[in-house]
Design a protein around this ligand. Structure first.
Ligand code: C2E
Ligand code: CA
Ligand code: CA
Length: 757
C-alpha cells in the first residue's frame, strides 16, 4: 500500500508539475493563477509522499511541515483561483488581508512548534513492517484545520451559488469543480477522523489540481457550442438536412421540414421527398453542389443545393449535410440587372454597347449573309422636344422603336445609339430602299389627335467582304451619310460610299478655305433686282457667290448647306451683311434710293445675336435701317425653338423691314401670319409654277395677296420667269417682283451698269 501510494503520488506530482509548467506559459489571464493553484495542490502531495516513504522521524517531520504549509498554500490558492474562475474579479483587499493574517498566524505557530510543541508531534508505528511516523495533533493543529476548512467551505458555497444561478450550459464547469472539492473534503475528513496512518485524500488533491487545469484552460463548453450551432441552424433561411455516416437523415431545420412537407421529427421520408423534388441526388458522396430549377417560366423557383461532409479531428467522415438555398430572388435580380444594363430603359431596345456586341458576334459567326448597318436618326428631334415637350419627344422615340420592332425581320439586330438615333444591322437582300423611303416620308406620330410629321433619316454603311469587323466604325460611317442628307430633295436614305466620302472630304476642304476666301473676296455678293409693278427698280436681294480659284463659279447651293451644318454660315452671312451695308452706304452717297435684302440663315440665330449684329452694322455705315431688309425663312419661323416673334419685333422696332422668305414652302405659313408681324411675304416660285396648271393654287395665291393686303403686308413674288407670270401676278395685285424675267443675280458693277446708268 505504501509503495503503491507513493507511486501514485509520484505520478500525480509529475503530472501536476507538467500542467503547472504549461499553465504558466498559457496566454490566458487565468494561466498564472492556475499554475499557482497547481503548486498549492502539489505541495501537500509532495509532503505526504515524503511522509509515506520515510522511516525516519526528522524526515517525516519535515514532510509534515511541507504537508501543512502546503495545505495553507493549497486552500489559499483555491480561494484566489475561485474568484477568477467564477468571474468575481480579484479578491477584495478587505477579505484578502484578514485571510492572509490568519494564514500568517498558522505559519508562526508551525514555526514555534519545535520549541513549544504547540502544533503536532509524531508517533512511530509500523505500517507494512516499516517504521511510519504517524501524526500526533496538538491544539494548534485544530487552528490550522479550522482556517483551512473554513475557507474551503466558503469556496464550496461560492461554487454552489454559481452552479445554481448560471444558465444550464455553464453549470457543468462549476458543478465539476464543486463536486470534486466536496469529494476531496469528505476523504480528507475521513482521514482525519479515522486516524488512518496514510492520507489517501492526497490523491484527490492531485486529481483536483488536474481537473482545475483542464476546466480552466482546456475545457471548451461543447454543449454550449452545440446549442449555439443548433440555434443558428434552426434560424437559417435555407433548408438544412443532416445525415449520419450511414446516410440516414438525423435532423432538419424548419425551412427543411417546410420544403419537404414533414411536420414531426420523423425523418424517414426525407430522402425520398428530396429526390421527388430535386430529382436524383447523390446522397452517397459529399462535396458537390448544383443548381436545380423547379417549375418553369414565371413560376420558376431557382435553388442551389450543396452537400458537404462533416469530419472529426482525425479527418474521418462522420456525417454530412445538405443545404438547399432558394436563389430565385438573386436569379431574378441578376436577370433584371442584366436586362437593365443591356436594354435602353425608354424604348426597351438594346443599348449601344450591347448592340455593338451582338452585331460583332453575328458578323463573326455568319459570313454567308451580306449585311449592312443603318444609322436611323430623327432629324427634327430637337425641334419636336422643344416645341411639343419632352414627353412627346419620348413618346415619339417609343413609336419609332415600335416601328423598328414591327417592321424588321428576325435577322435584324437593332438598338438605341443616342438620344435621337437608332442602329440596325440589316440583311442586304431584304432591304428595299424605295419602300423604306416611302414609309419614312409619311411617318407621323399622333398626339391628342394631332398628327406630327417626324423626319426620319437613315444613313447606311454597306459592309464589304474585305472589311475588318469594326462595328463602331461602320456606324460612324453610316452616321456621316445621314449628315449628307439634303432636305431639298426629300431624301430619307443615304448610302455611305466613295462618292459620299469624297463629298465629305470636299466639304471639309472648302470649310477650311472659307476664312481665306472671305479675305480675298472670292466669296462676294451678287445682286438680283426687285422691281415694282411698273418694272422699275425697287431694290435688290444680295445672293452669295463663291468664285473659287480651282472649283470655279459656285452657287450657294454648293456650300451653304455645308456651312449651315458646321456653323460657318454665321461668318459668311456676317460678311454678306457687311457688304450689303457697304453698297447701301455707297448708294446713299451717290443718291440712289434702292434697298437691299439680305438672307438670314435659321442657323445664324444659334451662333449670334442677329439683331444687334445688324444694328451695329447699320450704325457703323450710317445708313437708314429701312434700306436693309432682312429675309427670314418661313421654316425658322415655324421651328419654334427660338422666339422668332420677339426677334421680328426687335428688328421692326429698330426700323428694319422684315420679309418672310419662301412663303408657302412650309406648312404653317398662314398660321404664322396671325402671330408674327412681318412687313413683306416672299411667295415661293414653286407656288407660282403650280399656278400655271392648277386653278386651285391660282386661287390660293390670289387670296394670299388680297389677304396680305388686308393685313397690311406687302407681297413679293420671286422666281418670276415669264411675262405671262408677271401679268397674272400683276392682275392679282402683287406689289413687288423678282426673277430671271427681269434679271439674273449679277455682280455689283454689272447690276449698277444695268440699273443706274
Ligand atoms: P432664296 O433666298 O430663295 O433666293 C432666291 C433664289 O432663287 C436664288 O438662288 C436666285 O438666284 C433664284 N432665282 C431668282 N429668280 C429666279 C427665277 O426666275 N427662276 C429660278 N429658277 N430661280 C430664280 P441662289 O442665288 O442660287 O440662292 C439659293 C438660296 O441660297 C437662296 O434662296 C438662299 O436661301 C440661299 N442664299 C443665297 N445667298 C445667301 C446668303 O448670303 N446667306 C444665306 N444664309 N443664304 C443665302
Ligand atoms: Ca432670299
Ligand atoms: Ca426665296
Amino acid at each position: 500500500m505504501r509503495i503503491a501510494l507513493s507511486v501514485i503520488f509520484s505520478v500525480l506530482i509529475i503530472a501536476l508539475v507538467v500542467c503547472m509548467a504549461i499553465a504558466r506559459r498559457s496566454k490566458k489571464d487565468i494561466g498564472r493563477v492556475v499554475a499557482f493553484l497547481i503548486t498549492g495542490m502539489a505541495t501537500p502531495v509532495i509532503g505526504n509522499l515524503i511522509i509515506i516513504i520515510s522511516s525516519n522521524r526528522i524526515v517525516s517531520t519535515a514532510g509534515y511541515y511541507i504537508y501543512f504549509i502546503g495545505m495553507d498554500l493549497a486552500v489559499y490558492s483555491i480561494w484566489y483561483f475561485t474568484h477568477l474562475y467564477c468571474e468575481l474579479g480579484k479578491p477584495k483587499k478587505a477579505f484578502q488581508i484578514p485571510i492572509l493574517l490568519l494564514f500568517a498566524a498558522d505559519l508562526v505557530h508551525y514555526a514555534l512548534n519545535p520549541f513549544l510543541k504547540c502544533s503536532f508531534g509524531t508517533i512511530v508505528t509500523y505500517v507494512e513492517d516499516r517504521a511510519y511516523f504517524k501524526l500526533a495533533p496538538y491544539l494548534g493543529q485544530a487552528y490550522h484545520r479550522i482556517i483551512c476548512y473554513g475557507l474551503f467551505v466558503v469556496v464550496i458555497v461560492i461554487y454552489a451559488v454559481k452552479t445554481i444561478k448560471s444558465p444550464k450550459v455553464y453549470k457543468e464547469k462549476y458543478r465539476v469543480i464543486m463536486i470534486s472539492m466536496i469529494a476531496v473534503a469528505v476523504v480528507e475528513t475521513y482521514y482525519i477522523f479515522s486516524r488512518q496512518p496514510l492520507d489517501i485524500s492526497m490523491v484527490g488533491f492531485g486529481i483536483f489540481g488536474l481537473l482545475v487545469y483542464f476546466f480552466a484552460l482546456k475545457y471548451r463548453p461543447l454543449k454550449l457550442l452545440d446549442r449555439m450551432l443548433a440555434g443558428m441552424a434552426s434560424e437559417m433561411p435555407e433548408a438544412l438536412f443532416f445525415f449520419d455516416k450511414s446516410g440516414k437523415c438525423i435532423w432538419t431545420n424548419a425551412p427543411g421540414k417546410n420544403m419537404i412537407g414533414i411536420s414531426n421529427d420523423n425523418y424517414d421520408e426525407v430522402k425520398e421527398n428530396l429526390k421527388y423534388l430535386f430529382g436524383d441526388l447523390d446522397f452517397g458522396s459529399s462535396g458537390w453542389a448544383k443548381r436545380v430549377t423547379l417549375g418553369t417560366d414565371d413560376e420558376a423557383q431557382y435553388t442551389f443545393l450543396s452537400m458537404k461532409s462533416v469530419v472529426n479531428d482525425k479527418k474521418k467522415i462522420i456525417g454530412s449535410y445538405l443545404s438547399v438555398r432558394d436563389i430565385t430572388e438573386e436569379q431574378q435580380e441578376m436577370k433584371r440587372e442584366m436586362y437593365r444594363s443591356t436594354h435602353d430603359s425608354l424604348t426597351g431596345l438594346y443599348t449601344k454597347e450591347y448592340l455593338y456586341e451582338n452585331i460583332s458576334r453575328r458578323l463573326e459567326n455568319d459570313r454567308e449573309t451580306d449585311y449592312m448597318v443603318g444609322y436611323i436618326e430623327v432629324a427634327n428631334y430637337k425641334v419636336i422636344n422643344d416645341v411639343f415637350g419632352r414627353r412627346f419627344g419620348e413618346f415619339t422615340l417609343k413609336k419609332i422603336a415600335d416601328f423598328i420592332d414591327n417592321s424588321t425581320s428576325k435577322k435584324c439586330i437593332y438598338g438605341r445609339l443616342s438620344d435621337e438615333s437608332f442602329g440596325i444591322l440589316l440583311d442586304k437582300s431584304t432591304f428595299n430602299k424605295e419602300r423604306v423611303e416611302s414609309i419614312l416620308s409619311n411617318f407621323t406620330v399622333k398626339d391628342d389627335n394631332l398628327e406630327h410629321h417626324i423626319l426620319i433619316q437613315i444613313g447606311i454603311y454597306d459592309i464589304g467582304p474585305d472589311d475588318e469587323i469594326d462595328v463602331p466604325l461602320f456606324f460612324d460611317s453610316a452616321h456621316l451619310a445621314t449628315a449628307m442628307i439634303s432636305d431639298k430633295y426629300q431624301e430619307r436614305v443615304v448610302y455611305y460610299d466613295d462618292k459620299l466620302r469624297n463629298e465629305i472630304i470636299h466639304n471639309q476642304l472648302i470649310s477650311n478655305q472659307v476664312k481665306d476666301a472671305l479675305e480675298t473676296k472670292q466669296i462676294r455678293p451678287y445682286l438680283q433686282p426687285i422691281v415694282d409693278s411698273q418694272g422699275l427698280l425697287a431694290g435688290a436681294e444680295a445672293l452669295v457667290r463663291w468664285i473659287h480659284p480651282e472649283e470655279g463659279f459656285m452657287n450657294p447651293g454648293m456650300f451653304i448647306p455645308v456651312f449651315e451644318r458646321n456653323g460657318l454660315i454665321a461668318e459668311v452671312d456676317k460678311y454678306m451683311w457687311r457688304c450689303a451695308c457697304e453698297i447701301l452706304s455707297d448708294w446713299k452717297s451717290r443718291g440712289f434710293d434702292s434697298f437691299i435684302s439680305v438672307n438670314i440663315s435659321p442657323k445664324d440665330f444659334y451662333y449670334m445675336d442677329v439683331v444687334s449684329e445688324l444694328k451695329s452694322l447699320v450704325e457703323e455705315f450710317g445708313i437708314d435701317p429701312v434700306k436693309l431688309r432682312v429675309e427670314i425663312t418661313e421654316t425658322v419661323m415655324a421651328a419654334g425653338s427660338i422666339d422668332i416673334g420677339k426677334i421680328v419685333e426687335a428688328f421692326r422696332e429698330y426700323g428694319f423691314i422684315v420679309e418672310m422668305d419662301d412663303f408657302g414652302s412650309g406648312y404653317s405659313s398662314l398660321n404664322l401670319l396671325k402671330d408674327i408681324n412681318i412687313d413683306v411675304i416672299k411667295i415661293d416660285m414653286q407656288f407660282l409654277k403650280d399656278s400655271e396648271r392648277n386653278m386651285k393654287a391660282n386661287t390660293i395665291i390670289k387670296n394670299i395677296i388680297s389677304m396680305s393686303e388686308e393685313l397690311g403686308i406687302d407681297t413679293l413674288t420671286e422666281g418670276v420667269e415669264t411675262a405671262k407670270q408677271f401679268e397674272k401676278l400683276y392682275a392679282m395685285g402683287c406689289k413687288l417682283y423678282q426673277g430671271y424675267y427681269f434679271s439674273k443675280p449679277k455682280p455689283l458693277d454689272e447690276f449698277e451698269k444695268q440699273w443706274f446708268d
